[in-house]
Write a protein that binds this ligand. Structure first.
Ligand SMILES: C[S@@+](CC[C@H](N)C(=O)[O-])C[C@H]1O[C@@H](n2cnc3c(N)ncnc32)[C@H](O)[C@@H]1O
Length: 214
């Protein structure tokens, strides 16, 4: 098992309380904004304790995967408590997804690619299982374009790495592009550190050449 998965297993019992303040003040708003864009058959990578599950629109079918069994157990309890019938949770590594190519209409990750050990490998897997023209919704924190803001991120880095294997300095927007996605929209939610990125797998009816110019 990966060292990072073990870290999340150990931390899972306290994870929701640890993030409670940030969740109430900001993250819940960001989640609402991001998840209303999900459609059809949805893959949520790194579903964690299932914090996004209450925010999905009605009618979507969600498959949530995570490589930490501890986090998944918390998510399972949430599914039961909320009586969600449209959610399936699976133990799986984002870097080697056990799904056929072109399976999902939407892919979602929230605060995950700061932690996936090989982020471009994981993003390429997400790209593979998304249908051509499928939408990817990334709510992620990453390295800023400002040297000044990055000073604080460099200072946090040793602690977040040791605690949860999380990097504050990943260039996630660039990694999304490296994996082949076409970025449609970037919204900075907390400076340019927390960004909502909407991207597409080219092809299907959304092929950029066919897309109407707004
Ligand atoms: C910071 S938590 C975020 C959880 C959730 N997405 C949220 O917004 O609260 C990161 C999650 O990603 C999971 N994760 C990291 N790397 C992964 C991988 N390679 N495969 C599957 N899950 C992974 C961790 O186990 C953890 O549950």
């Amino acid at each position: 098992m990966s060292k990072t998965a073990k870290k999340y297993d150990r931390f899972s019992w306290i994870y929701d309380s640890f993030e409670g303040l940030a969740e109430r003040r900001a993250f819940s708003k960001y989640r609402r904004k991001a998840l209303r864009l999900a459609e059809g058959k949805v893959l949520e990578v790194g579903v964690g304790t299932g914090k996004n599950l209450p925010y999905y629109p009605r009618g979507v079918e969600v498959v949530g995967i995570d490589f930490s069994r501890g986090m998944l157990e918390k998510a399972e309890r949430k599914v039961e408590r909320l009586g969600l019938e449209n959610v399936m949770l699976l133990h799986m590594d984002a870097q080697s997804l056990e799904f056929e190519d072109n399976t999902f209409d939407t892919a979602v990750s929230t605060f995950v690619f700061c932690t996936v050990p090989d982020p471009v490998k994981g993003l390429k897997e997400v790209y593979r299982v998304l249908k051509p023209g499928g939408k990817a919704i990334f709510l992620e924190h990453m390295k800023s374009g400002s040297g000044l803001l990055n000073i604080s991120l460099y200072m946090m880095e040793p602690f977040t790495r040791a605690l949860l294997g999380t990097s504050m300095l990943r260039e996630t927007q660039k990694n999304i592009e490296r994996a082949g996605f076409q970025i449609e929209k970037v919204e900075n939610l907390f400076f340019d550190i927390v960004r909502l990125i909407i991207a597409r797998k080219p092809g299907g009816e959304y092929d950029s050449e066919e897309k109407p110019v707004p």
